[in-house]
Ligand binder design. Structure first.
Ligand SMILES: C[C@H]1CC[C@H](NC(=O)Cn2ccnc2)CC1
Length: 329
């Protein structure tokens, strides 16, 4: 079987939200390849937290079964967090159903989630080695559905300021053109992780090999591209007027600045290039703009988020354990 759903951007394309049905109840979730928990706003949240959100009410689902005693707690790279209880229910995405999916019910969450009222929770598409359910971690939707899919894959075709697509079980030829450039992934840390041994700056920028470059992860749940400090410093050294602004939390530059192209190696065979204008992430006002490339704060992994992914067709191959990028159709 195969399934397909829309991926609708929030402001600044900061995240993408997709429709999911849980126990017959429709919710809108952020599909996140950088984590492995499926959690939802639930009716056990105080109304001050759930106001404006759609909440899942297990008592209204005829197929929900509690996982008594199980708990979960997650913290994300942006400092947001959530905790709660667990049950199992039927989860359907684009017509594809997992009958007994672990569904994590939030009964406490951080302010960032409360304020983001279009988001009713997250659906992790990473590997279940990093699922946070205790005392027995549970599989992701993709791991559960994989054996039933025509192909053991899902693809992400995110768009800039427009609705895109997640597809499960097929690599839709209508969504890309030319070759898919694959790299093997190492899932041992729970991520779609691969080496990124070089980068390029400028339109005919020579490839700069970096033996010390941290491995990269493909992370649909992160808005920006978060790079090793020396790489991001090398980029903004080429942007006149750029500076690190602690109050804005990263590199800013005059909105009128000329931005060089930037390319990152996807494994050792392919460099994914972003046009300079795609590095302008947000206009902060007063002629100051915030960059889409920022530091990973020495996390030892480079995080290739939506600023990169939305310019390509991305293939997450769970069967062959590989990740690929292609030009969009
Ligand atoms: C080391 C990496 C750090 C960044 C992590 N990504 C996220 O936290 C994405 N996310 C989801 C909700 N809010 C943010 C992935 C691991």
């Amino acid at each position: 079987e195969t399934g397909q759903v829309t991926a609708s951007p929030e402001q600044n394309d900061s995240e993408y939200l997709s429709p999911v049905t849980i126990g017959g109840q429709p919710l809108t979730l952020d599909f996140d390849t950088g984590s492995a928990d499926l959690w939802v706003f639930s009716n056990s949240l105080p109304s001050s937290d759930s106001a404006g959100h759609v909440t899942f009410d297990p008592s209204k689902s005829s197929t929900f079964t509690p996982y008594s005693g199980a708990t979960w707690q997650i913290a994300y790279g942006d400092g947001s967090s959530a905790t709660g209880s667990v049950g199992f229910d039927s989860v359907t995405i684009g017509g594809v159903t997992v009958a007994h999916q672990a569904v994590e019910l939030a009964d406490n969450l951080s302010g960032a989630f409360v304020q983001d009222t279009q988001n009713d929770g997250l659906l992790g598409l990473g590997f279940s080695t990093i699922n946070t359910i205790q005392t027995q971690r549970q599989k992701t939707f993709f791991e559960n559905i994989m054996p039933s899919l025509a192909l053991p894959v899902f693809t992400a075709n995110l768009q800039a300021d427009a609705s895109g697509t997640y597809t499960f079980g097929a690599i839709d030829a209508a969504q890309y053109s030319g070759p898919i450039h694959y790299t093997a992934i190492d899932s041992s840390a729970g991520f779609w992780q691969f080496p990124s041994p070089s980068y390029t700056i400028g339109s005919n920028g020579a490839s700069v090999p970096c033996t010390t470059c941290s491995p990269a992860i493909a992370d649909t749940g992160t808005s920006l591209v978060l790079l090793d400090d020396d790489v991001v410093a090398a980029y903004y050294a080429q942007v006149s007027g750029a500076s690190q602004d602690q109050s804005q939390g990263g590199y800013v530059f005059p909105c009128s600045a000329s931005l060089p192209d930037f390319g990152v190696a996807i494994g050792s065979g392919y460099t994914a290039v972003l046009a300079g204008k795609e590095i302008l992430y947000e206009d902060l006002g007063g002629g100051v703009c915030y960059g889409g490339l920022q530091s990973n704060a020495g996390q030892g992994v480079q995080i290739f988020g939506d600023v990169l992914l939305r310019h390509f067709f991305a293939v997450f191959d769970g069967g062959a354990k590989r990740f690929g990028l292609a030009k969009k159709a």
